[in-house]
Design a protein around this ligand. Structure first.
Ligand code: LLP
Length: 404
């Protein structure tokens, strides 16, 4: 994404031409940014040689998963659907981990049949269920246990997962109890300790605390784990106010941990790989002015991009053609959905814009399309992949016929 002569380009293609060709709203991805993200994620953790499992929930487009797979990356899945699409993308089952608090009998059975690397279990009842199924199949299954380290990830409350009050994982005491109970199971190999404390984490210190808790519990357990799965959560810079995560420090903390613990590290990044690869192009349908503010009514709504309505998160909205005329008045960027939370952003001033202008909502590659819905019976936007000067529709715009 870059501006040339005040016009937005995605790689070599002008955003205006994409909007003209495919209409709006449209999700547009840059393959080059995706490749760079994967490369820099790998470089950041080169010295610890982790297994990287892309978190499919952040973006489950088949073509995107195929691109990611080319880098030898695995997948972190949380449903049968995600497992199926990861396999369809050609991802090696031995690089797939399955997380989630509510895996059903059918999902566990399917995962066992597909010989995936690990099922990361989140409760004693789930492990009982896995043991029952593996006994039935006369197979010894590799599992992980997800620890809830009771750490504040210092991120948005609604995307924090590692505190006592959150439903994820088990406490340290339960962890040890479960380990004792299933240690000698004929049908289970407890191979992994997994954690994930939250998403959009930009401070390395919660990770530091998390590693300290892991270290303590491994010592206490006297169990030999083959893997420690540290989850994802690495935050990105959505705007100038967000800090970026200090990867150097995080890497160093893990390196130190590995000096005393001979395990393979697994990461489950989603956002840090895919978020900044995409913009959502949207057209201004109307501008409604009142005394206090201008409502910029867009053709993209909370059904297309849910994050602002659901978490109060902010995405930059930038016209695809910049000018230098600034209007000092409040601008509320809203969608057409009949909900007051269908609002993307409120700014004190903005450049002069007109009805029918195209704007780009930035950093929507993660949890953008993945969280979209047909609310208000609106069709889902298409996804378009840009690679240098070529364009590819990687998901067609939904047709009303298909949802009615
Ligand atoms: N592993 C586990 C077990 C997870 O629950 C998640 C995300 C990830 C990995 C990937 O986390 P990431 O690297 O993307 O932060 N919809 C919210 C985020 C929810 C995250 C859910 N779990 C949002 O749009 O901010």
């Amino acid at each position: 994404m870059n501006f040339k002569k005040k016009k937005l380009y995605i790689e070599n293609i002008e955003a205006k031409n994409i909007a003209r060709k495919f209409g709006t709203p449209s999700y547009c991805y840059s393959l080059n940014i995706l490749k760079n993200n994967i490369q820099s994620f790998k470089n950041n953790f080169k010295s610890i040689n982790p297994l990287i499992c892309f978190s499919v929930k952040s973006n489950s487009n088949l073509q995107i998963l195929k691109e990611i797979k080319r880098f030898g990356i695995g997948a972190d899945v949380v449903s049968k659907g995600e497992l199926l699409i990861a396999l369809k993308a050609g991802i090696d089952p031995k690089k797939i981990v399955f997380s989630g608090v509510g895996k059903t009998f059918d999902e566990i059975k399917f995962a066992i049949e597909k010989n995936i690397l690990l099922i990361n279990a989140e409760s004693e009842s789930e492990i009982n269920e896995i043991e029952k199924i593996s006994k039935n199949k006369k197979k010894k299954i590799d599992i992980g246990i997800r620890l809830n380290p009771n750490i504040d990830a210092k991120t948005l409350k609604k995307i924090s997962t590692g505190k006592d009050e959150d439903k994820f994982g088990v406490s340290d005491l339960t962890f040890l109890k479960i380990l004792r109970k299933f240690k000698n199971s004929k049908y289970l190999n407890i191979k992994c300790l997994s954690v994930h404390i939250g998403s959009q984490i930009t401070d390395y210190r919660p990770y530091k605390k998390m590693i300290a808790v892991i270290e303590k519990i491994i010592k206490k357990s006297k169990h030999k784990f083959d893997f420690v799965d540290l989850g994802g959560g690495m935050g990105i810079k959505y705007n100038n106010e967000t800090k970026s995560l200090n990867y150097k420090k995080y890497n160093l903390i893990i390196k130190k941990f590995l000096e005393k613990n001979n395990v393979k590290i697994i990461f489950e990044p989603g956002r840090s790989i895919i978020a900044n690869t995409a913009v959502l192009l949207t057209k201004i349908i109307y501008i409604k002015k009142n005394k206090k503010k201008n409502f910029i009514i867009l053709d993209a709504g909370m059904n297309d991009l849910m994050r602002p309505a659901l978490y109060g998160s902010t995405h930059q909205i930038i016209p695809i053609k910049k000018n230098n005329k600034i209007i000092n008045k409040i601008h509320d960027f809203v969608g057409p959905i009949c909900e007051s939370t269908d609002k993307f952003l409120s700014l004190k001033k903005y450049q002069k814009i007109n009805e029918k202008d195209i704007l780009a909502i930035h950093d929507v590659g993660a949890y953008g399309m993945a969280l979209s819905s047909n609310y208000n019976l609106r069709t889902k936007a298409p996804e378009i992949m840009i690679n240098k000067s070529s364009l590819r529709v990687i998901l067609k715009r939904q047709k009303l016929n298909n949802i009615i």
